[in-house]
Design a protein around this ligand. Structure first.
Ligand SMILES: Cc1cc2nc3c(=O)[nH]c(=O)nc-3n(C[C@H](O)[C@H](O)[C@H](O)COP(=O)(O)OP(=O)(O)OC[C@H]3O[C@@H](n4cnc5c(N)ncnc54)[C@H](O)[C@@H]3O)c2cc1C
Ligand code: FES
Ligand code: FES
Length: 485
């Protein structure tokens, strides 16, 4: 069993043991390696100034994504190659992306600049065109307080992408590739012994199969699962949680699959939002609409669907979709596997139907049918990079204007995201008319119990829950009647 983490930074091998495995990558880069080009501002994944490229070598090819390294802990990057802003210039000559930022006045105080440069470099690595749509989306995770975004966009638009050198090409190295391929196939336990009090050892375990993970969790049921870390690491950085015993899922290939068989979609709990977004773009545009504004590219490259469900937030953006598509969770521990419908999974605020040592292995759901009316809604204070105040999912079939198979879900209106069973039952068999939908809205508010918090007031949430039915009606009817009345 390996007892150290192995990864590379700008082509240089790093081997880490002991308490350092619990450092953030940003801290390690800046304080251990002196790579201070990577900046830290918010330390919670919100500003992008700490963006680096994270490379995974799989099946003979590299894939580089931009991530916020302030919420990536070192144990999460075992077996990967990190590229920082220092790697961009060569022999004192700036990379064309950096040069364009200079020429187009894309920087004033400069604190956010390395993050913007790295976010653009991530687009280049992914061969995503530098046009307005993609650059705006690609930079949603990066905040600048003084320059203004127009100059940064102009810097990007000025570049002839085809002529730009990919930074990752400079680091093609057979020895590194061979070693990293082996690392992700070899389980590791790393002890942070110098931190430890007897009985309170800190350690991280990196299994490579689900059965290894299940056996470990049987012995250490209190071990905290970390998948993409975009929820857990923020809690740790804010001092609201601590890492003691960790089990990191980053090497579990079994959790990283997506299969579409006829009307069923199944995927592993470790599938990240970028992978789902790619699939949904052409196959599930309604869910894609939600994923496009889920966090930022840096968050979507790290965060997983399993983490979103198991974080058990009532405003998690995946839940209305999973609830209306009757998703079933496959849960596993060392004693076996069972299946639980997602509508029964949440038992109360942050309480789930998870037995000791159990983890979410996969999710499967029934895809909406071609002629179904299917809508997902996310209401937040701002469009991009914001947590929802209210979410909803609505799915129904129409048979000669009669509603059947009505499925309604809402988030942000109760301690858990929930199906509105009474309103569903009332709607089934009724005509799809404006009057009926308005009545349904009034019934729905009796099934929910929203509270006021920093994101929205109770009254606002009640109003949203009621009016969303009318919205669904207008959006699904080519000729709205109310406006002509
Ligand atoms: C800046 C920012 C923006 C965000 N924007 C959004 C947004 O727009 N919408 C939204 O819904 N969320 C958002 N989030 C929250 C977060 O990104 C998502 O909830 C994400 O899907 C969490 O996945 P993860 O893999 O990072 O989870 P982790 O942080 O690794 O884990 C979250 C929880 O799930 C548990 N867990 C993880 N995997 C499993 C498993 N397989 N089985 C059992 N338990 C497991 C962990 O123990 C932990 O308790 C945002 C977060 C940040 C920092
Ligand atoms: S420092 Fe703000 S995202 Fe990392
Ligand atoms: S240049 Fe100052 S924050 Fe962007």
């Amino acid at each position: 069993m390996r007892d150290s983490l192995i990864f590379y930074v700008n082509g240089m091998r790093q081997e880490v043991r002991g308490e350092s495995v619990f450092r953030t990558l940003s801290d390690f880069l800046r304080k251990e390696l002196g790579l201070t080009g990577t900046k830290v501002v918010c330390a919670e994944g919100d500003c992008g100034s700490c963006t680096v490229l994270l490379g995974r070598f799989q099946q003979g090819r590299w894939n580089y994504d931009g991530v916020d390294c302030c919420i990536q802990y070192l144990f999460q990057i075992d077996g990967m190659h990190v590229i920082t802003v220092e790697a961009l210039s060569e022999d004192g000559v700036l990379h064309p992306i950096q040069q364009a930022m200079v020429e187009h006045f894309g920087s004033q105080c400069g604190y956010c600049t390395p993050g913007f440069v790295m976010a653009l470099t991530a687009l280049l690595e992914q061969q995503i065109p530098f046009n307005r749509e993609h650059v705006e989306l690609g930079l949603t995770g990066n905040l600048c307080r003084c320059t203004g975004y127009q100059q940064i966009f102009e810097a990007a638009f000025s570049l002839d992408q085809k002529s730009l050198p990919k930074v990752s090409e400079r680091y093609r190295n057979k020895e590194m590739e061979k070693e990293l391929e082996e690392v992700i196939l070899s389980p590791a336990v790393v002890q942070a012994s110098s931190f430890s009090q007897p009985g309170d050892e800190k350690s991280v375990y990196l299994p490579t199969t689900v059965s290894e993970a299940a056996l470990y969790r049987a012995e250490h049921p209190q071990a905290r699962i970390v998948s993409g870390g975009t929820d857990v690491s923020v809690q740790v950085n804010k001092g609201k949680s601590d890492f003691k015993k960790i089990i990191s899922l980053s090497h579990l290939k079994e959790l990283d699959f997506l299969e579409n068989n006829d009307a069923t979609l199944s995927f592993g709990a470790g599938v990240n939002w970028t992978e789902l977004e790619r699939y949904c773009k052409s196959n599930l545009p309604e869910f894609h609409k939600i994923l496009k504004v889920f966090g930022s590219p840096q968050i979507r490259n790290a965060g997983t669907i399993g983490g979103n469900i198991a974080n058990a937030s009532p405003i998690a953006d995946s839940l209305p979709f999973l609830l209306v598509t009757d998703a079933v969770l496959e849960l596993t521990n060392s004693t076996g596997t069972r299946h639980v419908e997602i509508k029964d999974f949440f038992k109360g605020y942050k309480k789930m139907d998870l037995m000791p040592g159990e983890m979410i292995r996969s999710i499967s759901l029934k895809l909406p049918e071609k002629n179904d009316i299917f809508r997902l809604y996310k209401v937040s204070k701002r469009k991009d990079l914001d947590i929802s105040s209210f979410t909803a999912g609505m799915l129904l079939s129409l048979n000669q204007n009669r509603m059947t198979k009505v499925r309604l879900a809402m988030g942000g209106v109760a301690p858990v995201a929930l199906r509105l069973k009474k309103t569903e039952d009332w709607l089934n068999g009724k005509d799809f008319s404006l009057d009926i939908m308005k009545q349904a809205g009034r019934k729905a508010v009796q099934e929910i119990s929203p509270i006021s918090d920093v994101r929205a007031s109770k009254d606002y949430r009640l109003r949203l829950a009621e009016n969303i039915f009318e919205k669904l009606y207008y959006e699904s009817n080519p000729q709205p009647t109310a406006y002509s009345a």
